[in-house]
Design a protein around this ligand. Structure first.
Ligand SMILES: OC[C@H]1O[C@](O)(CO)[C@@H](O)[C@@H]1O
Length: 514
């Protein structure tokens, strides 16, 4: 998953080294990893709102939609097969990321990137030339396998290639690339929908092959990381590569640390039972709940289905796709704002403000939709009401993108001591994928049954998560990871899980690591 592999921790030492071409190229490869993930998130909603696509693959949905005057607006897109087209990707990614974890460790980061890139490429081609629903879903599953492999390996690759002091920044930068991928997908959908002949959706789906090709070729040309080479017993090669990527001949100190960290990681035999120990209850709870809550904000309802949602509200084809471009732009812009202010304002302020703003916007959207469509769901929105709805949806997306979007990755990555880091990050990544899948699969049917109340459902969750942050998530701004045990120990609730001895252990582990 995006930032899942980053430690977010910059380490205590500053080793010599500059930003070299190898590092820059590595960042470009990583960019295509984030881009392609975002592209897959953003592309399906636009495509499923195109009539030519619907009439070819989902004729029953198309007929319901075409006769929309007499059917409930809430239910016209409700089809399990249609949602499976979107959400199958995330289930495949969830399963693939577990396999990828082993490939990344045993055969190197590049091997996973190569497998991921290649399956992406095949998936994009199959989707682009699809003749039936089976080919569509097969293509999405292959894209999902690609997402699982790339999201597992690219962030690890990046954090190991980058000089220590840039690792934290890369964490949020990956999320930024995801949002840019979503925006590009929205723009491309807007463009391809104008193509006459009704084959524009093929271009939308097939163009995912471009970043897929970049990452496949990149993984063959780029060297593996020094850490991975040491891990696989190739110490000499690791030292040569380290000196090349840092651009300085003497990399002895950093190299020794990589070897020490590698030895220590090997000595951690049971990361999964470690994380279940009482003293790690705060980390276990937060690493599982933050990704769950991130998805329960309902953000992917907008990211996956914005054009479908706007059509439901009564926008025309083009206006729907254009509105998705607008929400995509807001998503990118607000993520940039988050990057700029997160270390100044701290994580909690952003979480709390974002929560309140999302709540207000969701309640307003629910109320406006109720006013227009009532419970029966028959009718269509006036122009001014539709514009007002769009404003509240933008307010909601902005609030998400400067709070739960990037922080949903950053905060978990800041709380794990080495002893439980890999297990903790796997939990965060898999919870995120699982609930992305669940919401993707359930949304259209929930809209049909809960109607405008769906927005109140997510607003209710936003209240719960905002209280959770207020009471249970401590500020992690400027806290070195080895001091996190002290933060838990001073916390009104979490301190009950720690004993004197645990605080000592927490320090010992981290000190020997840095
Ligand atoms: O920008 C929105 C996107 O960001 C994510 O939350 C990942 O962090 C996705 O689930 C969502 O589609």
């Amino acid at each position: 998953m995006p930032a899942g592999g980053f430690t977010g921790y910059t380490g205590g030492h500053h080793y010599p080294g500059k930003i070299t071409w190898s590092v820059i190229i590595a960042c470009c490869v990583a960019s295509s990893g984030g881009l392609i993930f975002g592209y897959d998130i953003g592309i399906s909603g636009g495509v499923t709102s195109m009539d030519s696509f619907l009439s070819k693959f989902f004729p029953s949905v198309y007929h319901l939609e075409a006769n929309s005057a007499s059917t409930s607006q809430y239910c016209k897109f409700d089809s399990q097969l249609l949602t499976l087209f979107t959400s199958s990707l995330y289930l495949a990614a969830l399963v693939a990321s577990f396999v990828a974890a082993t490939v990344t460790r045993k055969y190197g980061r590049n091997s996973s990137m190569f497998v991921g890139g290649l399956t992406f490429l095949v998936g994009a081609v199959i989707n682009g030339v699809a003749l039936n629903v089976f080919m569509l879903i097969l293509g999405r599953v292959l894209l999902g396998i690609g997402v699982g492999f790339c999201n597992q390996s690219v962030p690890v690759y990046l954090s190991e290639m980058a000089p220590a002091k840039h690792r934290g920044t890369l964490n949020i930068a990956f999320q930024l690339m995801v949002t840019i991928g979503i925006l590009v997908a929205n723009l491309i959908n807007y463009g391809t929908a104008q193509i006459s002949g009704g084959w524009g959706w093929r271009l939308s789906l097939g163009l995912a092959a471009v970043p897929a090709a970049i990452i496949t070729i990149g993984s063959v040309l780029l060297p593996d990381t020094p850490n991975s080479l040491v891990e696989r017993g190739k110490a000499d090669q690791a030292k040569r590569i380290l000196s090349k990527i840092r651009g300085v001949p003497d990399v002895h100190a950093e190299f020794e640390e990589i070897v020490a960290a590698c030895d220590e990681a090997r000595s951690i035999e049971r990361p999964w039972s470690n994380i279940l120990r009482k003293k790690y209850r705060p980390q276990l709870t937060i690493s599982a709940l933050i990704p769950l809550f991130q998805q329960l904000t309902g953000i992917n309802v907008i990211m996956f289905y914005a054009p479908v949602l706007f059509k439901t509200i009564g926008f025309g084809d083009n206006a729907s796709l254009l509105s998705a471009v607008i929400t995509g732009l807001i998503n990118v812009g607000a993520t940039v704002i988050s990057i700029i202010v997160v270390d100044r304002l701290g994580r909690r302020v952003l979480f709390l403000e974002g929560g309140i703003q999302m709540f207000i916007c969701q309640v307003s959207v629910g109320a406006l939709i109720y006013v227009q469509f009532g419970v029966s769901g028959v009718g269509s929105a006036s122009k001014s009401l539709a514009a007002l709805l769009l404003c509240f949806i933008c307010g909601y997306v902005a609030a998400f993108a400067w709070s739960w979007g990037p922080l949903g990755w950053l905060v978990p990555s800041e709380i794990f001591p080495l002893e439980i880091r890999s297990a903790g990050q796997s939990i965060t990544v898999s919870m995120n994928m699982l609930f992305t899948f669940a919401i993707g699969q359930a949304f259209l049917s929930m809209l049909c049954h809960m109607k405008f109340g769906l927005f109140y459902f997510f607003a209710g969750w936003v209240i719960i998560m905002t209280f959770f942050v207020a009471f249970f998530v401590p500020e992690t701004k400027n806290v070195p990871i080895e001091e996190m045990m002290l933060v838990w120990n001073n916390h009104w609730f979490w301190s009950r899980f720690l004993s004197e001895e645990d605080i000592h252990v927490g320090n010992r582990y981290s000190n020997s690591h840095v």
